[in-house]
Write a protein that binds this ligand. Sequence first.
Ligand SMILES: *Cc1c(COP(=O)(O)O)cnc(C)c1O
Length: 439
Amino acid sequence: MTADPRRGLPSVDRVLAQLDGLPHDLLVASARAAIDAARERAAQGLATDPDAIVADARDRVAIRQAQLLRPIVNATGVLLHTNLGRAPIGDNALAAAVAVGRGYSNLEYQVEAGTRGSRHEHAGSLLAQAVGAEAGVVVNNNAAAVLLCLGALARDREVVVSRGELVEIGGGFRVPEIMSESGSRIVEVGTTNRTRRTDYERALSSETALVLKVHASNYRMVGFTETTPVAELAALGPPVMVDAGSGLLDETTPWLPGRPAWLADEPGVRQALTAGAALVTFSGDKLLGGPQAGVIVGQAELVATVARHPLARAMRADKMTLAALQTVALAYLDGDATRIPLWHMATTPIEVLQARAEAIVTSVPGVEVIDTEAVAGGGALPGLTIPSVGVSIETGAAGLASLRRAGIVARTEDDRIVCDLRTVAPNDDARLAAALAAL
Ligand SMILES: *Cc1c(COP(=O)(O)O)cnc(C)c1O
């Protein structure tokens, strides 16, 4: 008769004594999980070595550590990768968030008068100024902005929208669902591929609160299509609300030599307002290049109604977001793209990426420089690519997984791993090279 191998299992405390790097309770969970796994092995008559149990517990600690929210190197070439946190935030915007977050601030305080102020007086009004709107407010994200505007302006009334714009943006944002959550009634007009001005006209009634135009940012219809431009909708009478989504502030992006081809016909917020939109909503962390936020700009009276609504209180942006977003707004007012990492990355000349790729290839054997195509992502500009350069190495799925463990997310093409440098910060090149060398 052999001894029960389960007898030989170490205690939680004994395993725990050899773990560190996380708070006690999380280490206990890892120690317990490793001992439980050993108990199962023992029950099947398999060997259980105390050292192996400790090693297993350490692996579990490492996996748990890697699950903590932390920086990742984005080598996918997708500039606005929603799963990787969309737009990176610039150092100066972060510094503003740190300065305001660290202590007290005039978040809702008028310094001159010494009286209560409004958090909408900061980033919201600066962004309004950057697009030529009368007023602006900031909430948590664009989904909140759309919900709030509809709830504040169209509850129990009708919102006229084209069937072609009842889209799903991703991450569970479905226009019809948001509309019904807001308490407004959807009046669908036109067809999926064609909606004319007369379709809208016929749907108008004394119950119409808004005409809504949604930028179908994440897909593109080609062929027999027709949409009605904002300028024609604005002539119908009721206020036109545009969900512009991506947050391209101005189609003439003042700091670029010209409009880059990959921006195609992406509509600008300023142009929607000029065409007669009464309200425009957009995200802070897409093409605007700032923190997660939803921005509402437009006519002062409508913006004030929206800001006063009880839902606005539930969706208000926090002081660090507002500080970072204010810095972004100031950069736009200055026409200085170099302060916005997204635009810096998007417009980095191909020769600069080429030189960085060559430097990596020289230091890591087996790696090649390749031409790649980066994309905007984040549900903006489907099908349009930005010429880019990457490094590539021949290795399978295991290589990709080991890069992920090193905090680098890349993509595969055939049997090769491709790391696109357009989305990698130059000071992460060394980290990328080291991880590739370790393959
Ligand atoms: C991205 C997007 C949204 C959702 O914005 P979030 O900031 O992610 O909440 C809504 N509408 C459009 C058109 C979008 O592109």
